[in-house]
Ligand binder design. Structure first.
Ligand code: SAM
Length: 262
């Protein structure tokens, strides 16, 4: 099938089979896995994953794509498509309702909401075994960036506190129909257990990280002044004259705890 891709849904369909094979090999699906695919589209990943795992649940926002995909899947295995916005699906409840401890999530993500989807996954990290996502390469670079790097920021800290971030390989625009304007990359995320976000309330960590990187050229004393004074920053064992981009992810957890203690 060759439906006209919808820009508003971030549709870029993967048509180069080499990359499909690489992604499926990276996931290495097994018969007892509960695989959840985000945005199956025309099924480039869905059908091979379904063939390997025997069953698969997918969440697709575009109702027009669902009947054809459902029809093509009948011979490959048991495909359950949820017509919904992925951001409204509670992954923990989904795992619970299927009696599985953890989901394996995969997807060639719609780029217009890639960061909200990643934060949504972090929120449900305890219900996730691993994730394999296609994203803009620039986003994968930010997720994996280390302190001191120009692209180290909110996404790096929040993702690295909850997951091991493993960039796998790059994918050129020509591998998609239509080609996106940017280079893409596939990344594996494995939730850490226990993850460092458990040591503080994630919303407190997020508030501190947001304020600190919101004004990344300023010292922390300045950037965080609405949340913490210099003494509180020092009590968290962080130098108030430092800048956000030099702090390790764990430093933000201590700052969040200091913020919660005020
Ligand atoms: N997986 C297919 C592939 O590799 O060819 C399609 C990938 S395409 C980049 C992104 C898919 O996500 C599209 O099918 C799009 O309709 C779907 N999508 C967009 N926004 C969504 C949302 N909020 N929730 C669930 N699916 C969404």
């Amino acid at each position: 099938m060759n439906a006209r891709p919808k820009k508003s849904f971030g549709q870029h369909f993967l048509h180069d089979h080499r990359y499909v094979d690489w992604i499926v090999s990276a996931i290495a699906p097994r018969a007892d896995d509960f695989i959840l695919e985000i945005g199956p589209g025309e099924g480039a990943l869905t059908l091979p994953l379904l063939a390997a795992a025997g069953k698969l649940t997918a969440i697709e926002l575009d109702a027009d794509l669902i009947p054809d995909l459902q029809a093509r899947a009948t011979r490959a295995g048991e495909l359950h498509i949820i017509h919904a916005d992925v951001l409204k699906v509670d992954f923990s409840a989904l795992a619970h309702s299927h009696g599985v401890p953890r989901l394996r999530i995969a997807g060639n993500l719609p780029y217009y909401i890639s960061s909200p989807i990643l934060f949504h996954c972090v929120e449900h990290a305890a219900a996730i075994q691993d994730m394999h996502f296609m994203l803009q390469k620039e986003v994968v670079d930010r997720m994996a960036a280390e302190p001191g790097s120009k692209v180290y920021g909110r996404l790096s800290v929040m993702l690295q506190l909850a997951c091991r971030v493993e960039p796998l390989f790059n994918v050129p625009p020509e591998a998609f129909r239509p080609p996106p304007k940017v280079e893409s990359a596939v990344v594996r995320l494995v939730p850490l257990e226990p993850h460092e976000l458990h040591d503080a309330r994630p919303e407190h960590v997020y508030a501190v990280v947001k304020a600190a990187f919101g004004q990344r050229r300023k010292t922390l004393a300045n950037a965080l002044k609405q949340l913490l004074d210099s003494d509180a920053i020092r009590r968290a064992d962080v130098d108030p004259k430092a800048r956000a981009e030099t702090l390790a992810p764990a430093d933000f957890v201590r700052l969040a705890k200091a913020y919660a203690d005020l």
